[in-house]
Design a protein around this ligand. Structure first.
Ligand SMILES: O=C(O)CCC(=O)C(=O)O
Length: 313
């Protein structure tokens, strides 16, 4: 895929209506100054400390190196790893932007960090590869339970004579990249294909050799909000220092979360969690789903179990 210099692409902005327009038109927006210099320093310090500790204990998750080796370090389950991270989940402007994509109710799917080190590479993908697609009448579909990450490459939905998809799946996921260092063309800024959210398909290395991507370049403290259909990947870091970013990834309430947050969130975190955070983690019922007891309960309690065997007295 080739890098393109496009004019009129979204620029970092603090103007909410413009950011929403950018999301609709390009599939992403850049919220400027989402974090203050002080917040960047606090989040970054916590991340560097955690990453070093996981590495030291042989617990680091590393990926994106040549031939399946590990170069980039992923730090999973940030919900458990510091108040500084949890604060990001309740950022008011970001919540409005995610709401613009997903609607009133949504879940945190996972909260991770990606430290892109020199030498890493990643394949273009979308963050809702698992979304079943509508098919033309008479056309067979992949059974949802038989999908894999690579299944939906190629064309799967109808196209008009000009090659445009006749229907599009909705965006059902939305990711937020919190830039904790400057994101530059050299240090592995996320690569994105603007407007690919309207392509109606997943990127396919066999078809998309010519697809043109841009590097999402912006100063530290910017948050890039990108919807689940946008083609993207971590850029190749050809600088000599790591690129740090945290990803709060959300999904619509009818989908399974990437991290099992209702089971894995630490008790002490839950004890202090405000209702908004509990809702994001999956403790709030949605239309009766996620229930343990009555479908009319608003929340389930951490550790709650359902009624067991009973017999009349
Ligand atoms: O690190 C990045 O720039 C993007 C990471 C990404 O694409 C992902 O986690 O799905």
């Amino acid at each position: 895929m080739a890098c393109k210099t496009l004019n009129n692409l979204p620029q970092p902005t603090t103007n909410l209506p413009i950011a929403k327009e950018n999301l609709d038109e390009f599939g992403y927006c850049l919220l400027a100054d989402a974090l203050s210099q002080e917040e960047i320093a606090i989040v970054r310090r916590r991340l560097e400390e955690q990453a070093a500790a996981e590495k030291q204990r042989g617990l680091a998750h590393e990926d994106a190196g040549p031939n399946g080796s590990g170069v980039n370090q992923r730090i999973w389950f940030l919900v458990n790893k510091g108040q500084a991270f949890r604060n990001l989940l309740l950022h008011k402007t970001i919540r409005q932007l995610v709401c613009h994509v997903l609607g009133d109710e949504y879940l945190l799917s996972s909260f991770t960090a990606n430290i892109a080190n020199p030498g890493g590479v990643m394949q273009m993908h979308t963050d809702q590869w698992w979304m079943p697609l509508s098919v033309q009448r008479g056309q067979s579909s992949i059974r949802p339970g038989s999908m894999t990450r690579s299944h939906f490459r190629g064309y799967h939905i109808g196209r008009d004579k000009a090659g445009s998809p006749t229907v599009l799946p909705p965006a059902v996921a939305c990711n937020v990249m919190w830039m904790l260092t400057d994101f530059t063309a050299k240090n592995g800024a996320t690569h994105i294909v603007p407007k690919s959210h309207l392509s109606g398909r997943q990127p396919d290395p066999a078809l998309d050799e010519e697809a043109e991507w841009v590097a999402a370049i912006a100063p530290a403290g910017t948050a890039m909000v990108f919807e689940g259909r946008l083609w993207h990947s971590t850029g190749a870091n050809v600088s000599d220092s790591p690129r740090l970013g945290a990803l709060s990834y959300f999904c619509a309430p009818q989908f399974r979360q990437q991290e099992n947050l209702t089971v894995g969130t630490a008790r002490e975190v839950l004890a202090d969690a405000p209702p908004e955070l509990l809702a994001l983690l999956g403790f709030k019922l949605w239309q009766g789903y996620g229930r343990i007891g009555s479908p009319r309960d608003e929340y389930i309690s951490p550790g709650q179990t359902a009624l067991g065997e009973m017999r009349p007295k």
